[in-house]
Design a protein. Structure first.
Length: 367
């Protein structure tokens, strides 16, 4: 096992600059406890980079990511950048190229209900108790990366086009990865598409069907995306691993986050290339930025995924997850989790971003 790891730290915009330091705190506690050396190098990305140097993904930032062992990202974007030329907007100019350049074709988003948060969800307890779903979203293809264009019509209107295409190769590699993940879990894979309407989905379904026989121990099912969005709320425990294309995965994971109580609980790992990127599934939340009220747990849990998927440090990852579980059980809450009363009857402790980060770091040292 190596002892020294280089981590690129990109806080980005909005609450990104508040939550990322809390995940770094958790990683520092891990390094103290286990004797690993994590070398953190911070760089600009998103609107913050645009403001400082005129581009949301400066070359130095990309070079740093490529030469690191893993990337920890906060969030990017904000209303002040919405009017920039499309190629300079944080999403199109930084996040998507970063995913593409690092060849991160697989985005893993685990939707797990922490027992302490049973009452935080807007959905009934008996429906969500025990939910544990891994959504695997294709991340470098589909509508996000297809050609985009605008044309003027003779009538003075416009036509806007986004191309949705998938190759057999793109489908096979994400589905293979999903089968491997399912093999280590409850061995059920649900492939989500819109094959009743879309040609790209028909190729998706044919490709999955052809691969099914290579994985006889895994139960493969197919579901239309509209049905899946309904089933996630009706009976989420029917799902183990979901694999789907880029845009469907984006939408379904925001929906699935509500099973966990808050989108502030949903981490993510983007993998597939040499360097993995770890970020919360939520955005930069400009409305609550700078107030020390954002929930850092999705980012802290993303740091746990970083340890697991990029460094193979399973025990260390589990310790972070255990620290989060324990803090929630003890009634520690950020304000987004306040819909819940504490199940054990203990008073709920409302914490700020930094205070939640401190508690997690403390627990990592003590548990
Ligand atoms: C996500 C986000 C991004 C996406 C945005 C910020 C471009 O919503 O990671 O889910 O759509 O992929
Ligand atoms: Mg999204």
């Amino acid at each position: 096992m190596r002892l020294k790891y280089k981590i690129a730290v990109l806080p980005g915009d909005g609450i990104g600059v508040e939550i990322v330091p809390e995940a770094v705190k958790a990683l520092e506690a891990i390094s103290l406890r286990f004797g690993h050396q994590f070398e953190f190098t911070e760089a600009l990305v998103g609107g913050a980079a645009y403001d400082a140097v005129g581009h949301p993904l400066p070359e130095e930032t990309l070079a740093l990511c490529k030469s690191s062992d893993a990337v920890l990202l906060g969030a990017i974007g904000g209303p002040q950048y919405d009017e920039l030329p499309v190629s300079l907007r944080p999403e199109i100019g930084a996040l998507l190229p970063l995913r593409k350049e690092l060849a991160l074709f697989a985005n893993l988003r685990p939707c797990m209900l922490f027992p302490g948060l049973l009452q935080a969800s807007t959905i009934k307890e008996e429906v969500i108790k025990g939910v544990d779903i891994m959504v695997i979203r294709e991340l470098t293809g589909g509508l996000y990366f297809g050609n985009k264009s605008r044309e003027k019509t003779p009538q003075g209107g416009q036509i806007a086009t986004d191309v949705l295409s998938y190759s057999t190769h793109e489908i096979e590699r994400i589905v293979r990865l999903a089968y491997e993940v399912a093999g280590k879990r409850r061995k059920q894979l649900c492939s989500v598409d819109k094959a009743n309407v879309l040609e790209s989905s028909r190729l998706w379904r044919e490709t999955v069907s052809a691969m099914e026989k290579e994985y006889p121990d895994i139960k493969t099912t197919h579901m239309y995306v509209d049905n899946c969005s309904m089933q996630l709320i009706r009976d989420p425990r029917q799902f183990d691993v979901i694999v789907t294309e880029n845009m469907f995965g984006d939408i379904l994971t925001d929906e699935a986050s509500m099973l966990t109580g808050s989108i502030g609980m949903l981490p993510s790992a983007s993998i597939g290339g040499d360097v993995g990127l770890y970020e919360p599934s939520h955005g930069s939340a400009p409305d609550i930025a700078g107030q020390n009220i954002a929930n850092p747990l999705a980012t802290i849990l993303s740091a746990a995924m970083l340890l697991r998927y990029s460094f193979n440090l399973d025990q260390e990852a589990e310790l972070i997850e255990k620290a989060v579980t324990r803090a929630l059980e003890e009634g520690c809450r950020t304000s987004d989790l306040l819909a819940c009363s504490d199940p054990s009857g203990q008073p709920v402790k409302v914490l700020g971003t930094r205070e939640m980060g401190d508690i997690i770091a403390q627990k990592i040292m003590q548990l």
